[in-house]
Design a protein around this ligand. Sequence first.
Ligand code: FES
Length: 142
Amino acid sequence: MSDARRGNVADVAPGGPLCLTGRIHVEAGGEIVADTDDVALCRCGHSNNKPFCDGSHRRVGFDDPGLIRGGRLVPAGQAGNEEHVLIVCAKDGPLLVRGPLTVVAADGKTSAGTKGALCRCGMSSTKPFCDGSHRESGFSAS
Ligand code: FES
């Protein structure tokens, strides 16, 4: 197992969701909605079960190669003793990373850190990271 495969990993599926493995907590509306070791989160913006993937990327023909086009995760001070990553679903905005995570693109490139914002509206020009396009596109996560 390579270093990139240890710990918490978010695989960027081409034309599909973010597939997270490790120790994953997902928070939406101020509540933990998933405490899991394996979850697929929507990044096309069209799931009817946000923040989770429901396969809608196929219906809408989500066209994304799953590469890292820009942006990155950054280190954010002490990660503490926590080994889990908390993914906070911002209201009508991105997936906020809070804790250790390695994003792995479809070509194997990685970005590791403890803080960042992952696009879930499908509109970012720096996928898989948020570039603020959710505001102009009027993305609604409800
Ligand atoms: S959530 Fe897609 S650009 Fe911010």
